[in-house]
Design a binder for this molecule. Sequence first.
Ligand SMILES: C[S@@+](CC[C@H](N)C(=O)[O-])C[C@H]1O[C@@H](n2cnc3c(N)ncnc32)[C@H](O)[C@@H]1O
Length: 252
Amino acid sequence: MEAASLYLDLLKKSLTDTLVRTEPDVGAGRARFVLDFINHYIRGSAVTMLPRVRLDQLQACIEDVLRRGVPGDLLEAGVWRGGAAILMRAVLKVHGVTDRSVWAADSFEGLPEPDAARFPKEAAAFHGPVMRDAYQRLAVGLEAVRANFSTYGLLDEQVRFLPGWFKDTLPQAPIGHLAVLRLDGDYYESTRDCLVNLYDRLSPGGYLIVDDYGEDEWTDCRAAVDGFRAERGITEPMVQVDSRCWYWQRSN
Ligand SMILES: C[S@@+](CC[C@H](N)C(=O)[O-])C[C@H]1O[C@@H](n2cnc3c(N)ncnc32)[C@H](O)[C@@H]1O
């Protein structure tokens, strides 16, 4: 393996806290997985809660758009402790890219409260003990995320933060084209706010990744994506990364 690959491999192991430990097994029973997830990511020191396969897929998308010259920046909507966005910045660094930015959009105060009338499944999870007490609704402040970038030597002017709710920050965000758009805001409205405000900025040939498309126990994320694709007549095939995460490549 060449030095760049070795660096990115080590970085992904560090971000996922899998240098020594193994990641929770998504194929284990639900109760076992949730417990292991809380222990490994929430109580642990991992900087991303993405499993390794999703980080590898994110890296592959970025390297593909760089290789093919697809114009635009990289954006993650929903960054938590920042790990996936840190990987985005590292991939640009490794390839000597100085004319693209990484955008990190988040409330930096956790998940918004879902409308219980429209999204009862999401509201039940939001108010349930796992999300409320164990996950603390995924709130991680901006300074903590900036510090995580800094820890890895990757906080610079090519990293741009968009603090606030997506519905408020994304419409007027000073973003031009995007080459990779990664949606990880969990809920229907968070996902739809991103699609409505950002999809038109995704360059042809760019990638749209939806972290929770395959999850239907606690989110209506898939309905947001399916509804948007139907409204806009998007027919590019969706590709599965693992049991939860899917993506498509924009063709026009
Ligand atoms: C599952 S976490 C993201 C995980 C992250 N991508 C990683 O690498 O570990 C979901 C994040 O989305 C954010 N979020 C969800 N809905 C949002 C919204 N409507 N506006 C702003 N932030 C939102 C939460 O604050 C949280 O940090």
